[in-house]
Write a protein that binds this ligand. Structure first.
Ligand code: KG4
Ligand code: ZN
Length: 363
């Protein structure tokens, strides 16, 4: 048994979790701030950091209580220290430092985006692990795919801790496109899950929306064209530009069935392009002598129903083992931080109390 406490506060969830040997979730507490930001239709950084301060102690206490352990049972404290909203990150990092210092256990800083790629390795429940089960289940080389509100990135992965970024979005992230598309379609916050739900009731073939593939060999993504195409389908072409633009119609002029069909068409295009890009990534890695054995997926959009189905199909077609996180660890959580933190713990890659919170990273 090696228990790591994970702490996550990079955006609008205050989270803490206890994970055994990087695999078994003993507790996974997530306090979401959705209600706080709902009326602004997006996260307000100052409100987010203040809410983290208010909640973090109780969230950590609950994670220990749910796991039925005390601070002395922990082997290390892992914290998501990058990237994210700086004020929010600082709350989690400060809490983690205080605990690590007070109990004299190692502190481990973890990259939030990379940790999303570890969520598929986690299992639920307090079950005893055999030595074999305690091994990481993912084999490499693998394709890493992060689809979240801030990132759409693909990695060539050599291990849980060694990954090279080989493609990323050049404009909007897929989750951001979902959230903006939901606003265009008049759906409530949080946009992504609501659009997903509505899309299931619509006909994806009614409207044709573009799937941007960029250059012939490009492994990068672009979602701004899809978002604009949806806007024009809903409101017609604008006269004038920017804030002064006047559109032919508004969302209220559309029938409910039309809105559902537009949601389905958007969902089809947004997820379809991911699969097409993954085929390119597979070919790219194979040509470099690194034929992928696995596809590891993470980030909030990995909760998307159509994307999950299509990723499984991709795995069957390409003979690649697919790791998609279970629903409780798709969105931001601290179990993924504790899980990846354990892999660093094995490498004895520890940080000291000068560990910074870092808003942006290139990886
Ligand atoms: O990973 P995450 O919790 O936060 C970031 O690190 O960005 O991802 C949040 C994103 C949001 O854009 C949200 O709308 C999207 O994930 N999302 C979804 C679904 N559930 C969450 N997008 C599409 N379909 C879903 N079911
Ligand atoms: Zn995230």
């Amino acid at each position: 048994m090696t228990l790591i406490l994970g702490i996550e506060s990079s955006c609008d969830e205050t989270a803490a979790a206890v994970v055994d040997r990087g695999r078994v979730i003993w507790s996974n507490v997530i306090a979401t701030q959705h209600e706080l930001h709902e009326r602004y239709r997006g996260v307000v950084p100052e409100l987010a950091s203040r809410a983290h301060v208010e909640k973090i102690e109780a969230v950590i206490a609950k994670a220990l209580e749910d796991a039925e352990i005390g601070y002395d049972d922990l082997s290390a404290i892992a914290v998501g220290n990058r990237p994210g909203l700086i004020g929010s990150l600082m709350v989690g990092v400060s809490a983690a430092k205080a605990i690590a210092w007070a109990i004299g256990k190692p502190l481990i800083g973890v990259d939030h985006v990379r940790s999303h790629l570890y969520a598929g390795a986690l299992t639920d429940g307090k079950i005893p692990l055999s030595a074999v089960e305690a091994e990481e289940p993912i084999t490499y080389p693998g394709i890493g795919l992060v689809v979240s509100g801030g990132h759409t990135s693909v990695y060539d992965m050599s291990s849980a801790t060694v990954a090279t970024l080989i493609g990323r979005t050049i404009d909007d992230a897929i989750g951001e496109a979902y959230d903006k598309a939901a606003v265009i379609l008049g759906l409530p916050y949080p946009g992504g899950p609501n659009l997903d739900k509505l899309a299931k009731t619509g006909d994806p073939s009614r409207f044709k929306l573009p799937q941007s593939m960029l250059g012939k060999e490009s492994l990068d993504f672009s979602y701004s064209g899809l978002k604009t195409a949806l806007l024009y389908k809903v409101r017609g072409f604008p006269k004038g530009r920017g804030a002064a633009a006047v559109y032919e119609r508004s969302i209220e002029d559309l029938e409910a069935s039309e809105i559902a069909d537009l949601a389905a068409s958007f969902q089809d295009a947004a997820t379809g392009v991911v699969i097409k890009k993954l085929k390119r990534v597979y070919k790219h890695m194979k040509n470099n002598g690194r034929k992928p054995k696995t596809l590891v997926v993470g980030g909030g959009v990995s909760a998307n129903s159509l994307l999950r189905t299509r990723l499984v199909e991709f795995g069957h077609n390409m003979d690649v083992e697919v790791f998609i996180p279970s629903m409780n660890v798709c969105l931001d959580n601290a179990a993924m931080i504790a899980g990846l933190g354990y892999r660093y713990y094995l490498d004895r890659r520890f940080d000291d109390l000068s560990l910074p919170a870092v808003a942006t990273t290139k990886i």
